[in-house]
Design a protein around this ligand. Sequence first.
Ligand code: TYM
Length: 334
Amino acid sequence: MMENGNKKVMVSGIQPSGELHLGNYLGPLRHWPEMIDEFDCYFFLADLHTITVRQNPAELRKRTLALLAQYIACGLDPEKCVLFVQSHVPAHSQLGWVLDCYTMFGELSRMTQFKDKSAKNADNINAGLFTYPVLMAADILLYQPDAVPVGEDQKQHVEICRDIANRFNGVYGDVFKVPEPYIAKVGARIMSLSAPDSKMSKSQPEGCVFLMEKPEDIMRKFKRAVTDSDTERCVRRAPEKPGVSNLIQIYAAATGKSYEDVEAEFEGQGYGKFKPAVGEAVVETLRPIREETERLLADKAYLEGVYRAGAERAAYVAEKTLRKVYKKVGFLPR
Ligand code: TYM
């Protein structure tokens, strides 16, 4: 079934650094199950990336397992795709080091996320935070993928990955496939409910909806969602209405409807009806995922079996690429 050399390949990951949120789900994750028949898929839990910011070790372990359960609950069938923990496949760190030596200080300095994160963590601007995109390039290039499905905020990191791959290939021949970012049209950038000028992120929990949150809490966040001062309270997308535009995006992504259909459905109804309707659509989308995650988390042995098998399958492919790279750069084989 897998690694047959004919199917296209896809790889992506999410950091288990916090609770999975609606941005992670509606942006990339909800599309992943649609792809597992067409592609050979590698989906991992990016635990190595999380320690660029201090983590509580016990929490990190717990969240990693919970994220694996959520992957499966969202429809990633471990029989049909490879699910694994990044730190279980040492080739990620090993290729990361090699690629560090083919990445320029200047280009890393221009990464928006580095600038943002170092502003937020002024007391811990560590080297890992700086070289983070290189490790991400290694995560991707090890699997020779065609596509990398991510949200809008990771596009710059996929672009630098392409630059690194092209640079390496320029020196050593075609070692890496140069992948394309795959960014969904609807949901690529879900904004905060409380501050719709910034993206939804776990660092702003008031405006962030978590996948495991209770329905009543989700409803409360939507009812309180920041809109605008339009006196007609018109449900329509517009640059001066970021809050309402974001709610339309969320409703469209959760229900599969087009923006135009959503605007028509709520024409003349005002925000009072619209906001709870969005909340309900989200609650209904998340309910089966939450229930299935809870069920899976009760079966630790099953989850352990999934990540062990996943690490083995991922390592097989990753080590093949790593061997090729080591040979190209001139390391003596063991
Ligand atoms: P992370 O863990 O921050 O986010 C996981 C995925 O969710 C997307 N995302 C969003 N999409 C829409 N709206 C939002 N508000 C929103 N917030 C987050 C992200 O774009 C991402 O696709 N560096 C990555 C993890 C990673 C990775 C990789 C991804 C490590 N190695 C290799 C792809 C390939 C990250 O921190 O994503």
